[in-house]
Each structure stands twice: as structure tokens, then as C-alpha cells.
Design a protein around this ligand. Structure first.
Ligand code: CA
Length: 125
């Protein structure tokens, strides 16, 4: 029984690093596995640093064993700005288990904390 893909449930995010100079951030999550598998959440306009994404994304993992999760502040005029990211090892999920953790985000500098998000990943057979 091989795993074809994963369901990624995005839950509550807290203490997201504030990168918005004016007003409240508009958080959006991108998940990817390798070069070809990508999915994006809805944009949570003006919801700021603490919010519940409450959304499930489906990703075809194609044998990739690492998921990259990135939280951005959606922008209209300039490019979206990175709030924080995390890499999640999928070996256990590919073996049929469920990943259910609060994931710590960091900036491009691995030691700089950028908030956290509850993520649940379940395999799709
Ligand atoms: Ca924004």
C-alpha cells in the first residue's frame, strides 16, 4: 500500500512574525513537496499574527519525503513577504502514520523564530 499524497490540515497559528508596516498582516500558507507538488491556502485578509487557518490542502507527494511549509503576508503591489517557514519530514506519514504537531516557524535564518502553526498531515493511499 503506497502513499499517493497527503492531506495537510492547517490549524491555529500564533505569534506570527509581523512583517506588515501598516495595518494587519494578511497571512497565506504555501506548502510544497519537491518541485512539482504545490498548494496554497486562502488569504486571511487583515487577520494578523494570531488566526485559525482551518483549511485542508491536498498534495501529491510523488515520493518526496520533505514538506516545505511557508507562511507569507499577502501583498498586492509588492511581492508577498515571507513571515516564516518550516520543513517537515514525511517519512512517518509515508509509512502510514499521522503527523499532528505544533510546528515552529523560522525566518531564512534558522535560529530566528517566526511563530508557530498547528499542522496535521494524514496519508492518502
Ligand atoms: Ca499584507
Amino acid at each position: 500500500m503506497s502513499v499517493r499524497g497527503v492531506q495537510v490540515h492547517l490549524g491555529r497559528a500564533e505569534n506570527l512574525r509581523d512583517v506588515e508596516s501598516l495595518g494587519r498582516m494578511d497571512p497565506v500558507v504555501f506548502v510544497s513537496a519537491g518541485k512539482n507538488a504545490k498548494a496554497k491556502s486562502q488569504v486571511h485578509k487583515d487577520e494578523g499574527a494570531n488566526l485559525d487557518f482551518n483549511e485542508t490542502l491536498v498534495l501529491d507527494v510523488q515520493g518526496e519525503n520533505e514538506l516545505l511549509l511557508e507562511v507569507y503576508d499577502d501583498e498586492h503591489i509588492k511581492d508577498d513577504e515571507l513571515i516564516g517557514r518550516a520543513k517537515i519530514n514525511l517519512d512517518a506519514v509515508l509509512a502510514g502514520q499521522t503527523f499532528n504537531e505544533v510546528v515552529q516557524l523560522h525566518t531564512k535564518h534558522i535560529h530566528r523564530r517566526a511563530g508557530q502553526i498547528h499542522v496535521k498531515i494524514t496519508p492518502i493511499f
